[in-house]
Design a protein. Structure first.
Lengths: 297, 270
């Protein structure tokens, strides 16, 4: 262990340097933070700032060149054009529907893995919930493209009932997004249910509550913050998505692919449209923070 | 809660259906890679491994895989360095704006990927293009690294919070310089957190499609390749095989993550 610093002089220099750094915590901190802050604050936040400033610029309709003249035309268009309003409302609706579906599907799964399954199986079940998160996002969306394709698995399964699958479109988008973000909802609910003290449930039963009443009055209030925590993921990931809707959405327009389709021709408009999901997500986070759910993330 | 027998059975069935919904699509991708037909109609008319050998010789997919590996390694390296630096600053120092720093780290994955993507894309094209540097692998790595920093940071900062600084102080009291204390004490303590963070960062970068307009026209990562070829009937069999390979590959990080968490459990006992 003493061979890696060969000369006495070298060792002295290292020791002096180490001592100098040790006596100057501010210098240490500056050395630690300079590179990361240059990257994040200058490169990342700088780009974001430029993007949002460019939302106030316009585009020459002939050349598609950005004209750097200050105007609020883009935001004016955003609020007054019916198509944009529809798309924003539809996107928020999709995000809410995905969140609700995830919560409804996640609850029985989490209840089973946390309280019904035998304790020795529970860690394995958690791994089974986590596993799909490692599978590629694109592959999972592709799987649903296969399932919902004409004559695909969905059609085949529904054929005996005289029905056919939903095909590509808005329902397909909601289904696929629900599938993608489901584990983010199951996990927090599982954790909350696992930590629920059995004595509370016993007490509720001792006081004469039937299981249904115990569920409504004891279990649900204690699990709701976790549902809210999970909904942060399901809601914001759905709202920002523009790939899934392109693959299984048919002609459906959501805010994400509206931004995407404007990038080439009208970057300022794309930037203005891009502020919408950011603002909605920030508002959602602020609303969730009031419930205290963010602390249980 | 003493559930009735019917309630238990209902929950079992519900959970079973839930797990079926989670796994059937992944299994379908595996089976479909053996589908001799170019359409995805179910059930497949037969099974063949022909497309696997076709896919193995597909240069587009192979090049894209190679680009993805390079981008992933580059982004992971940058994220490991920057994420660890921030984690040490936040966990071992008190300073004005510390909460802001942890907030900025999370921002790239909290905001919609498309916003991050176009912000970086337009910044690159305004700053780099006048300098004669086009979009390419370099800008892909910069974009990926930006949101990979947070996973390294989260892992390392959690580990540093659990291990008190007193071990390093003890080493220095015994005469070690702060460098020696870092090499012999601190680094072994955070090593498995670095591995876990690096693994996550690589997986995140390897899978990234949303911010990928930071790639120039000539550069194709595997997700971009899949996305571009997904809707071409001619390429469908090859896409099927690539998708199946990715499903099979996802077993590796799960296995490693399990090993790492076992390692974490032993090393945190010190």
């Amino acid at each position: 262990m003493t061979t890696d610093l060969p000369t006495a002089a070298g060792r002295g220099t290292v020791r002096r340097l180490a001592g100098a750094l040790h006596r100057r915590p501010r210098l240490r901190l500056a050395l630690l933070l300079t590179a990361p802050l240059l990257w994040l604050a200058v490169l990342y936040l700088g780009s974001l700032a430029v993007l949002f400033v460019s939302a106030f610029w316009t585009t020459d309709s002939f050349t598609s060149q950005v004209v750097k003249v200050w105007s609020t035309d883009n935001f004016h268009a955003l609020f007054t054009t019916p198509v944009f309003r529809q798309v924003v409302l539809r996107s928020v609706g999709v995000a809410l529907a995905v969140t609700a579906l995830c919560a409804v599907i996640a609850f029985p799964v989490a209840f089973y893995t946390a309280r019904v399954a035998r304790p020795k199986w529970r860690p394995l079940l958690v791994v089974a919930i986590l596993t799909p998160l490692w599978a590629s996002y694109l592959v999972k969306v592709y799987a649903w493209r296969l399932i919902l394709s004409e004559g695909g698995l969905a059609d085949w399964m529904l054929a005996p009932f005289g029905l056919s699958g939903p095909g590509y479109g808005l329902p397909a988008t909601v289904l696929t997004l629900t599938y993608l973000w489901l584990p983010y909802m199951i996990l927090p609910i599982h954790t909350a249910l696992e930590q629920l003290p059995a004595s509370l449930l016993d007490a509720s039963a001792d006081l004469g509550a039937r299981p249904g009443r115990t569920f409504r009055s004891v279990v649900l209030p204690m699990v709701l913050p976790s549902v809210a925590a999970g909904s942060v993921f399901t809601f914001s990931l759905s709202l920002g998505d523009y790939i899934t809707v392109q693959i299984v959405g048919g002609k459906t327009q959501l805010i994400g692919n509206l931004v995407y389709s404007n990038i080439e021709l009208n970057l300022p408009m794309a930037a203005a449209l891009g502020t919408v999901p950011v603002v909605v997500i920030v508002l959602y986070l602020l609303a969730i923070r009031r419930t205290g759910a963010l602390n249980s993330l | 809660m003493h559930l009735s027998r019917t309630a238990r059975t209902a929950l079992r069935i519900g959970a079973g259906l839930g797990f079926a919904v989670i796994y059937v699509p992944l299994l379908l991708v595996l089976v479909n890679s053996l589908n001799p037909d170019r359409t995805a109609s179910w059930p497949p008319p037969g099974l063949t491994v022909r497309w696997w050998s076709v896919a193995a010789h597909n240069s587009g997919a192979r090049d894209a895989l190679w680009v993805s590996v390079k981008a992933g390694l580059g982004a992971t390296a940058v994220a490991l360095v920057l994420g660890t630096l921030i984690a040490f600053a936040v966990a071992r120092h008190r300073f004005f704006g510390r909460d802001t720093v942890s907030f900025i780290v999370v921002l790239p994955i909290a905001l919609p990927g498309i916003v991050t993507g176009i912000a970086l894309n337009s910044a690159f094209s305004t700053v780099l293009e006048p300098l004669g540097v086009g979009l390419g692998l370099f800008t892909v790595i910069v974009g990926h690294a930006t949101f990979c920093i947070v996973v390294v940071f989260n892992n390392v900062v959690a580990r540093l919070r659990r291990t008190a600084g007193s071990y390093e102080e003890a080493a220095m009291d015994l005469g070690a310089t702060s460098f020696r204390a870092f090499v012999d004490i601190t680094f072994p303590l955070v090593r498995s957190a670095l591995l876990a963070g690096g693994l996550l960062a690589f997986a995140l970068s390897f899978d990234e499609i949303v911010t990928t307009f930071t790639a120039g026209p000539g550069i194709e990562t595997l997700p971009i390749w899949i996305f571009g070829n997904m809707t071409r009937p001619q390429q469908a069999p090859v896409v099927n095989v690539v998708a199946a390979v990715l499903v099979l590959l996802s077993v590796i990080p799960i296995y490693l993550a399990q090993r790492l968490s076992a390692d974490t459990a032993t090393s945190s006992r010190v």
